[in-house]
Design a protein around this ligand. Structure first.
Ligand code: BGP
Length: 469
């Protein structure tokens, strides 16, 4: 049994595009997913779990179940349908109402400015590769600080830059669906680190109240054996997934080791190295020193083997266990460790990876002040029990319990973790998996939109009340 601090946040996480629905309502502009999903024809993002209309119900559930914080994101295209310029007042009003309701129910909103839903018109000018879009994103952030500054105390610039860039340009599972373009991936990463730093600086110089941070998807990477090739593959994968971002946002400069790994990946793919501008470093350093917290999304770890062949990837987007493949040219191959269980979507369940990653942040990134686990959870094919009107998700409880224990251990060892958010608060839309991969503490019947607390919701309530895990 571990004890969590008295002032700990027990949160539930959401993201605008995955829960709001109402994608064409109240003047909202198109985002990259609208176009992409329509073309793909697999899933409809509407009505998701209709949070746009049902947030009061979800916040009431938070209140009843001891959930004292919620991660939400502001959809850029709801406020600026054209990416900049004309403001859609109905979008602005919606977020004011949402934040007011959070306060009423005693639920602290942690607000993300970009959670994968780039306006389509911004992608059309180049997305994260376009300086013009970066400028518009800074303007959008400024608007939010001015407009919602008195209602929001915790701001997050970008959610998971690494997932965004690698799935846009390497895995090809996020729009625009490009595969194995390492140059573009790292260029987008570089630009996101920079725009994040600009926004942190603006926030601090503007004297806005509250705290600001960034959310990284941090998957801990281990070599599958002690062989040199496997160890090197783990370092390369870590540069791609973690260290380039951690250096850029938490260290405030790119260490020579990380830059050389990035260069090696790009060269081994016969692509052009990205331009690292020295003049950008002071900005990164300033932001790293001033940033208030880092958010860590942790779901799984990776185990790597050296690999010399061409890139081959297959994304398991259906829950057909054992179907995923990831071998990247110039990086390595992800392999399954037989002694480690995995989800139906092939995500290895390795709670210790969370502890190791938290320790790494503490030991290597000295300026970092606070850490929040901004996402952690288990995607399952939940079975709704008609008789009992619930889901007995013992597997999920076990997953959450073991990961929260690692958080508690990390706190004991001196890592300043201030809160934990279950992904996800309620069942919602999953970007590349649709509606069958459920994560919620609350089951959503997508036909009727009725919510039902799962067994895990009762378990979490008890953890939040007793602070014991
Ligand atoms: C994170 C994202 C979330 C969410 C979660 C689960 O990377 O920030 O938006 O989707 O992963 O992922 P998935 O829905 O692909 O299972």
């Amino acid at each position: 049994m571990y004890k969590l601090p008295d002032d700990f946040y027990f949160g539930g996480a959401t993201a605008a595009y995955q829960c709001e629905g109402a994608t064409t309502e109240d003047g909202k502009g198109d985002v990259i997913w609208d176009t992409y999903l329509k073309k793909q024809g697999r899933f409809n993002p509407d009505p998701a779990c209709d949070f746009y209309h049902r947030y009061p119900e979800d916040l009431k559930l938070c209140h009843e179940f001891g959930i004292n914080a919620i991660r939400v994101s502001i959809s850029w295209a709801r406020i600026f349908p054209d990416g900049f310029g004309k403001i859609e007042q109905r979008g602005v009003d919606y977020y004011h109402k949402l934040f007011a309701k959070c306060r009423e129910d005693g639920v602290e909103p942690f607000v993300t400015l970009h959670h994968f839903d780039t306006p389509q018109c911004m992608q059309d000018i180049g997305g994260w590769l376009s300086d013009e879009m970066l400028d518009h994103f800074v303007e959008f952030a400024k608007f939010c600080f001015e407009e919602f500054g008195s209602e929001v105390k915790y701001w997050i610039t970008i959610n998971e830059p690494t997932s965004m860039s690698s799935q846009q340009y390497i895995g090809g599972t996020f729009p625009p669906g490009i595969k194995y373009d390492f140059h573009k991936c790292f260029q987008a990463e570089y630009n996101m680190n920079l725009v994040h730093a600009r926004i942190v600086k603006m926030f601090k110089e503007g004297g806005y109240e509250g705290k600001i941070g960034v959310v990284h998807a941090l998957q801990t990477v281990y070599p599958i054996t002690d062989d040199e090739e496997d160890k090197h593959a783990a370092l390369l994968q870590d540069a791609l997934d973690n260290s380039f971002y951690l250096d850029g946002t938490l260290l405030g400069k790119y260490s020579p080791e990380v830059l050389s790994l990035v260069k090696e990946i790009i060269e081994k793919n016969d692509q052009e190295m990205i331009e690292i501008k020295l003049e950008d470093e002071s900005l990164l350093e300033e932001a790293a020193k001033e940033m208030d917290f880092v958010g860590m999304n942790y779901y799984f770890s990776k185990f790597m083997r050296g690999y010399e062949g061409k890139s081959e990837t297959f994304h398991n987007g259906t829950g057909e266990k054992g179907s995923s493949v990831s071998r990247l040219q110039g990086v390595g191959e992800e392999v399954h460790r037989k002694d480690i269980p995995s989800t139906d979507w092939d995500w290895p369940i390795y709670p210790k990876g969370m502890f190791d990653q938290l320790s790494r942040i503490k030991n290597h990134y000295k300026w970092n002040k606070e850490v929040y686990i901004t996402e952690n959870g288990m995607g399952c094919k939940d079975k709704f029990l008609e008789d009992e009107q619930t889901v007995k998700d013992d597997e999920r409880i076990d997953y959450l319990q073991k990961h929260m224990e690692e958080v508690a251990k990390a706190i004991e060892s001196g890592v300043n973790v201030k809160g934990y958010f279950v992904w996800s608060l309620q069942d919602m839309f999953s970007w590349t998996n649709g509606y069958s991969k459920r994560y919620g503490l609350f089951y959503v019947d997508f036909e009727t939109q009725k919510r039902y607390p799962k067994k895990s919701a009762y378990w979490y309530k008890k953890v939040s009340e007793t602070k014991e895990v």
